[in-house]
Design a protein around this ligand. Structure first.
Ligand code: ADP
Ligand code: ZN
Length: 703
């Protein structure tokens, strides 16, 4: 093969994918593949794995075969390539013999660059599986081949023969699973022991992390979504029933939501998935069955209604948001009841110990009092030095206080109850509740009964969880989750050791904050350029019957909004715009931008004219500002503009001759500086900005 240079790679990256530069490691990986070396790529979801094999495919003589486990994902990937003007096809059991023949033809005349195939369909491709036709093999979701992984698929087992039949063809294995054992297993199973490994950072900085207590979670969720109109999001729930109930509640609240779980028919599931991908549905309430086949880049948030079983699952699920690199939000609801339920599930499984340890790590994450991202990344063996600044702990660090007395009360209650009662009853005793259990068992006689009346139920729960985490008491899961003392308890009860606890996050406070925000900034979908472009994108996607983000992703729309390109050259400079997309979509998008700008210009003109009319009617600046709901400064700026345009506005009446003189002198010294601040400082911070601006306007006109 000819020598391929960096500039060739960059030029194809721009022409065919619309990007100006590679992300970390992409270029090295691509060069390694082009050198025909076996390659292992470990990159988080959204990291940009696809380009790693799609770009080399454009340089190879034969086709690149892509093994992918999910039929749903294939069509999407092929659509996406086609949208970029790259010839691609897929081959799976859902197609007719005619369609299969078309694929064979494409392979034979080498017109297809990339061919996606499900592992179970490989055997039907036998006659083209040789080096004449195939230049590279990419194995997507490669962890599916390993029994160590969390998603083992027997059909992947047969991939081992690939290296035997095509020894000269480079194999690229790609996955988002970091685990060391799985990595080694992938290499062994695929018979590529010497593959070059690329393991990239798992840090997805654009996803804000947040954990909240689960009290009132439905209300919290509704409020959360209402603050993000038209944004796509996924809510993960533990049970099918919850997904349905939640979707219904959301719909009752005018939220465009649907549920998704394995109990629905194949058709229903496909339809829901389609609707989501095409932006016809905003919110999906799903069990973990949802998402594997989803490659939607504009998912803006993920909520975990229930606690996930382990950090791998959690990380993968939140990773489905913000793939376009724009801000995204992951919100986890933490409830102790969930933890107990998950423990019960686990109790009946074969590898109980491993799963319990994993659940414990998940719990530690949820209860963290240090930067959550540090915990998350350290789980994957990645250490970061700085706190992330984009998790709730970083944004709102917990406050510790001396909680020794609280701890003593709780531990003595547990002691008096002889380690027989679960958290609920312990709290009831502390708070002096008078319910049936308490009275039947005679717990009102206990010495600690009612000693914790002053602390709310929810706060007690928060404190006791912390005591458990610090090892001062424990849950006996085999004894109906009874709370019991530990060896450490004595330190508090008898040896005078101090305990530090954190104050619970005030849900009320969170509520108020969001309410205040939503009052000052009314969250309705505004008529912004972004919204216009989003609507246009939606219309085009409908017409072409493809996912909306395949036209342009959110990041590209944002850039279009900011840069407002009006020529082909400017349009092509936008990240995400390649040659084909410029040709096919450029015109319509530029047209929309032009229309929008003209409308704004017109309304800007209208707004100064309205000020002018009121001014002529004799209203004062403050009155005009009041009438129009604008700031006086804005009115001044309108008048200045009118004044410069030569309209009949006497700015002189707003400034004294003395001050005008001061400004004039300053202007000489400052050599016609245009910024206001230097004048303000030069004049000893005594002349208000408004006066300076008026002075300068008058002087400008006079010149
Ligand atoms: P993965 O397969 O690793 O989950 P993708 O390949 O789907 O991730 O890429 C995620 C997103 O990042 C896509 O929207 C893709 O177009 C975008 N992307 C990939 N590489 C680049 C790049 N070099 N510059 C800008 N965006 C990129
Ligand atoms: Zn942090």
């Amino acid at each position: 093969m000819m020598q391929i240079q960096e500039k060739d790679l960059l030029s194809k990256l721009k022409t065919n994918f619309g990007y100006d530069s590679f992300r970390l490691q992409q270029q090295e990986i691509i060069e390694n593949i082009l050198a025909k070396k076996d390659t292992l790529v470990i990159m988080p979801t959204g990291g940009g794995k696809s380009i790693c094999y799609q770009l080399p495919a454009l340089f190879f003589e034969g086709i690149t075969l892509v093994i992918s486990p999910l039929i749903a994902l294939m069509k999407d990937q092929v659509d996406s390539l086609k949208a970029n003007g790259i010839s691609a096809a897929y081959f799976n059991s859902s197609q007719t013999p005619e369609e299969h023949q078309k694929v064979f033809d494409g392979v034979a005349d080498k017109t297809v660059r990339l061919l996606y195939v499900a592992p179970e369909s490989l055997s039907l491709l036998q006659h083209v599986l040789n080096q004449n036709y195939i230049s590279c093999i990419a194995v997507d979701e490669a962890h599916c081949i390993s029994a160590w992984g969390h998603d083992f698929r027997p059909s992947y087992k047969q991939l081992a023969f690939l290296k035997k039949s095509l020894p000269e063809t480079p194999i690229v294995a790609l996955t988002a699973t970091a685990d060391k054992a799985t990595q080694e297993d992938i290499l062994q199973q695929l018979a590529i022991p010497n593959a070059t490994k690329y393991v990239s950072s798992f840090n997805r900085e654009n996803i804000a992390l947040e954990v909240r207590p689960a009290n009132d979670r439905i209300k919290q969720i509704i409020r959360f979504i209402k603050g993000k109109p038209k944004e796509a999001g996924i809510i993960y729930c533990l049970s099918r029933k919850t997904t349905e109930q939640l979707a219904k509640k959301l719909k009752d609240n005018n939220i465009n939501a649907k549920s998704y779980h394995a109990g629905l028919s194949f058709e229903e599931r496909s339809k829901t998935q389609e609707d989501f991908i095409k932006d016809d549905v905003d919110v999906i309430c799903a069990t973990i069955a949802f998402g594997m086949g989803i490659d939607k880049s504009n998912v803006r948030w993920v909520i975990h209604y229930n606690m996930p079983k382990n950090i791998e699952g959690y990380y993968q699920e939140i990773g489905r948001s913000g793939r376009d690199g724009l801000e995204a939000h992951a919100l986890l609801f933490h409830s102790y009841a969930d933890v107990i339920q998950l423990r019960q599930f686990i109790a009946n499984t074969t590898n109980k110990d491993v799963q319990e340890a994993k659940l414990d790590r998940m719990k530690q994450f949820a209860e963290a009092t240090v930067c959550r991202r540090k915990i998350l990344l350290s789980y994957f063996g990645e250490l970061i030095e700085e706190n992330c600044g984009n998790c709730d702990v970083c944004k709102n660090p917990p406050k510790f206080f001396d909680g020794t007395l609280i701890a003593q009360k709780a531990l003595s209650a547990i002691y008096r109850l002889e380690g027989k009662e679960a958290m609920g009853t312990v709290i009831d005793v502390l708070r002096g509740a008078q319910n049936a259990t308490i009275l039947e068992k005679g717990y009102q006689q206990i010495k600690t009964y009612g000693v914790g009346k002053d602390i709310s139920w929810r706060d007690w729960q928060h404190y006791i969880i912390q005591l458990i985490n610090q090892g001062f008491c424990q849950i006996a899961f085999h004894l109906h989750n009874a709370l019991q003392l530990t060896e450490f308890s004595n330190k508090i009860l008898f040896n005078g050791e101090k305990v530090f606890l954190t104050t619970p996050v005030e849900i009320e406070k969170i509520k108020k904050e969001t309410e205040v925000k939503s009052k000052t900034k009314k969250k309705v979908v505004k008529d912004t350029l972004f919204e216009r472009l989003r609507k246009l994108r939606y219309r085009i996607a409908q017409e072409e019957d493809i996912a909306a983000y395949l036209v342009f992703n959110d990041a590209t729309l944002r850039e279009l909004e900011n840069e407002r390109p009006q020529t082909e050259e400017e349009f092509l400079a936008i990240s995400g715009v390649g040659q084909r997309k410029l040709e096919v979509y450029g015109g319509e998008f530029m047209e929309e931008i032009k229309t929008f700008l003209n409308e704004k210009k017109k309304s800007r003109k209208d707004t100064t004219l309205e000020t002018f009319n009121l001014y002529k009617e004799g209203f004062t600046i403050d009155e005009i500002a009041d009438k129009r709901g604008l700031k006086p400064q804005t009115i001044f700026s309108h008048l200045s503009k009118l004044y410069l345009e030569g309209k009949d506005v006497s700015l002189d009446e707003f400034i004294s001759a003395d001050i005008l003189n001061l400004v004039r002198n300053a202007k000489k010294v400052l050599k016609n500086e245009t910024a206001l601040k230097p004048y303000f400082e030069f004049l000893g911070e005594k002349v208000p900005y408004e006066q300076i601006r008026i002075g300068l306007t008058i002087l400008q006109k006079k010149r």
